[in-house]
Design a protein around this ligand. Structure first.
Ligand code: NAD
Ligand code: MG
Length: 380
């Protein structure tokens, strides 16, 4: 039996993880956590019988506690509750499907408690890769990628020597505005940006896909996960989202992982630590597909990618500023306070005024996050 705790069980990745669990008799959920959606959490408690449920919002935690008083699920709240869930003795693996930098502390806690990490929360490696990767090595735990691109690379590397990698080719759909120029993006509406051509995901990551910030975060994540130099990572636009990413080896051979856009595959692959199981669902039909096409990313229009590269190249606390500024800006865009292109302007501004701290610890990272938020609030 593989025992699983899920941080962010009510979200897009969280609910798909539960779907995978439900289909496999040797997977069991022992803990779930979410921000505030206690209606969904109650449903999940009654269906999956976890031992522990954590709610980010303390008030909602108290409410959930009385709602599920008839079950034997213990309810805890706040950051302390999330940390408790991350380290719960009953689990083997922690799925980090929470959105935002709030995922860092529970991930650190999970690693220290010896849990393998099925990592969906990309903010963790982007901002704290220099802490997480050595810590995972020290505690002998595996960081198993859930993001489809990183899972594709993980799958392509099966049986290969890491020293024989020449470069990673991370694929991108290009998002809903692929082919558009800057002038055409001024009046983009929230509804349009939320329409991803191929993947159904949470709101924040869907906007990040439209700005290409998501691809930038993925490049930074891949750098840590696979111990690569930034120069060894290339982004290739592949609009049909059929190739999930590729690895080029020193002999020129390239291995790609293909499939329909279904996150349950990388989730399941991670939960089983890189072993395959049957997964029902659509299969690729090449004759129907007809063609797979490739393009270069338009870095002039979609500045999310070059700004991410710049932040990553500078390193230290700069990726935290990039990420925090983007989180804030995306929230403001979703609340219709700023336009689409302002997201880039805010990130660029925040990065320009930041004085980099080398090797920031977790407290410094969260401090810089809050400081970046406040600075943006005061200006926009
Ligand atoms: P989502 O918005 O659908 O879900 C987020 C989850 O986090 C919810 O369960 C929410 O309750 C929880 N959460 C938010 N704030 C919280 C808090 N303060 N305390 C406790 N829980 C809190 O997001 P998602 O699309 O599932 O993405 C989750 C993460 O996975 C993100 O980092 C995203 O970049 C990454 N990711 C998602 C996909 C995808 O297909 N959705 C693919 C690759 C990577
Ligand atoms: Mg991805």
């Amino acid at each position: 039996m593989i025992k699983i705790a899920i941080l962010g069980s009510t979200g897009s990745i969280g609910t798909q993880t539960l779907d995978v669990v439900e289909r496999n008799e040797d997977l069991q959920v022992v803990g779930i956590a979410a921000g505030s959606n206690i209606v969904r959490l109650e449903e999940q408690i009654r269906r999956f019988h976890p031992r522990l449920a954590a709610v980010g919002d303390e008030k909602k935690a108290a409410e959930l506690k009385s709602r599920v008083a008839d079950t034997d699920c213990r309810v805890v709240g706040g950051m302390e509750g999330l940390l408790m869930l991350a380290a719960m003795p009953e689990s083997d693996i922690l799925v980090t499907a929470i959105v935002g930098m709030i995922g860092i502390r529970p991930t650190v806690e999970g690693i220290r408690a010896g849990k393998d990490i099925a990592l969906a929360n990309k903010e963790t490696l982007v901002t704290a890769g220099h802490i997480i990767m050595p810590l995972a090595k020290e505690y002998g735990v595996r960081i198993l990628p859930v993001d489809s691109e990183h899972s594709a690379i993980f799958q392509a590397l099966c049986g290969e020597e890491p020293s024989r990698i020449h470069k990673l080719l991370i694929t991108a759909s290009g998002g809903p505005f692929r082919g558009k120029k800057r002038e055409e993006l001024t009046n983009i509406k929230v509804e349009d940006a939320l329409k991803h051509p191929n993947w159904a995901m949470g709101q924040k990551i869907t906007i990040d896909s439209a700005t290409l910030v998501n691809k930038g975060l993925e490049v930074m994540e891949a750098k840590w996960l696979f111990h690569m130099d930034l120069e060894q990572i290339q982004v290739v636009v592949q609009p049909q989202s059929v190739i999930h990413s590729m690895v080029e080896f020193v002999d020129g051979g390239i291995i790609a992982q293909l499939g329909t856009p279904d996150m349950r595959l990388p989730i399941q692959y991670a939960l089983y630590g890189g072993r395959r199981r049957f997964l029902p669902g659509g299969r690729l039909d090449f004759a129907k597909l007809g063609s797979i096409t490739f393009e270069e990313p338009d870095m002039e229009t979609f500045k999310g990618l070059p700004l991410a590269m710049e932040a990553s190249r500078r390193g230290g606390s700069m990726p935290t500023v990039f990420n925090a500024a983007n989180e804030k800006a995306v929230g403001m865009f979703l609340n219709r306070k700023i336009g689409f292109l302002d997201i880039y302007a805010i990130i660029e501004d925040a990065m320009k005024r930041h004085k980099v701290i080398e090797n920031p610890d977790v407290d410094e990272i969260t401090g810089i996050e809050q400081e970046t938020y406040r600075w943006i609030e005061g200006r926009w």
